[in-house]
Design a protein around this ligand. Structure first.
Ligand code: SF4
Ligand code: SF4
Length: 301
């Protein structure tokens, strides 16, 4: 059985990627299972999805604790202990990371157990579909290629099938097919080393450990504690204010849903990047186009 885990952020199409992979595996003659697991269900929050493919009936259920293949759609997740994309990965796990950094640099910087496959998926997506944050077809294409069991034509059939089911129009489907073709051709096929696996046990079938209620429950247990939850690492894209263009109208301050902008004594806005989630409402609302949108990348300085 091939156990694939896909990590990304809300809005990146991680769930759709797992569905495309599941369908592509099924169309390739395998039994398939795919499903997502949402945490805080909101754009930018860490999300994980799972795909199991097997020539035999799949009896396992629940999250995949020891993956054969991990696809990381957002490099910033590698530093997020709650997302833990490397959980259960070891030297026998094949790993893909969407990053502008090279494989050797990523391995050294993040102390990865294996040399990953790494390239800039965001850039390829931006080129084909004009939205570098929607990675569904691209992540599925990497997974299909690295799995070594899905042919390109089968992948393309699965992309078309799943996107049609979502109501995506013909023009956008055609762009996604071109995107999937390019990514499939670029990714290498992975070599899977055999994993030592224990017989099926409850802990392997499902690992639904719950965090302590103080962290996991949607309850406010103490006053004024929101600032303690730093959500700045949910950001895929980063708003940056050009103070030379800003006219100090306060609109971004008023519209930011997270109170992450404050006005200074000169009536100029400043962004609290520890808590800004990157919803980009401020950039949308700014009447002076003073807020630029930049791609968020991990600072290694
Ligand atoms: S992107 Fe702008 S509006 Fe959204 S949380 Fe950040 S500062 Fe606030
Ligand atoms: S909305 Fe734009 S112009 Fe107004 S304060 Fe914010 S950045 Fe400045």
């Amino acid at each position: 059985m091939l156990r694939i885990r896909i990590h990304g952020r809300g809005g990146q199409g991680v769930k759709t990627a797992s569905q495309v992979l599941g369908s592509a595996g099924f169309l390739s003659g395998y039994q398939a299972q795919d499903f997502p697991l949402y945490g805080a269900e909101r754009r930018g929050a860490p999300i994980v999805a799972y795909t199991r493919l097997s020539p035999e009936p799949i009896l396992e259920r629940g999250p995949i604790a020891r993956p054969d293949l991990v696809l990381v759609g957002d490099e910033t997740l590698l530093q997020d202990p709650l997302a833990a994309p490397l959980g259960g990965a070891d030297e026998s796990t094949a790993l893909f990371i969407n990053s502008i950094h090279g494989a050797e640099d990523l391995k050294a910087h993040f102390h990865l157990p294996v040399l990953p496959v790494a390239f800039d998926l965001t850039d390829i997506c931006a080129r084909h579909i004009k939205r570098g944050t929607v990675l569904s077809s691209a992540l599925a294409a990497v997974g299909a290629r690295m799995s070594g069991i899905v042919e390109m034509d089968t992948l393309l059939t699965a992309v078309r099938m799943e996107l049609s089911d979502l109501g995506v129009g013909e023009e956008m489907i055609a762009k996604n097919l071109d995107l999937a073709r390019e990514v499939y051709a670029k990714a290498p096929s992975a070599v899977f080393k055999p994993k030592k696996r224990e017989p099926l046990s409850a802990s392997l079938m499902a690992d639904l450990r719950q965090e302590d209620v103080a962290n996991a429950a949607p309850l406010i247990l103490a006053p004024a504690n929101m600032a303690l939850r730093k959500t700045g690492n949910w950001r895929e894209r980063r708003p940056e204010i050009d103070l030379n263009v800003c006219n100090g109208c306060w609109i971004c301050f008023i519209r930011c849903p997270d109170g992450a902008i404050h006005m200074d004594e000169n009536d100029k806005p400043a962004i609290d990047y520890d808590h800004c989630k990157g919803c980009l409402i401020c950039a949308e609302e700014c009447p002076s186009d003073a807020i630029k949108i930049l791609r968020e990348v991990t600072s290694w300085a």
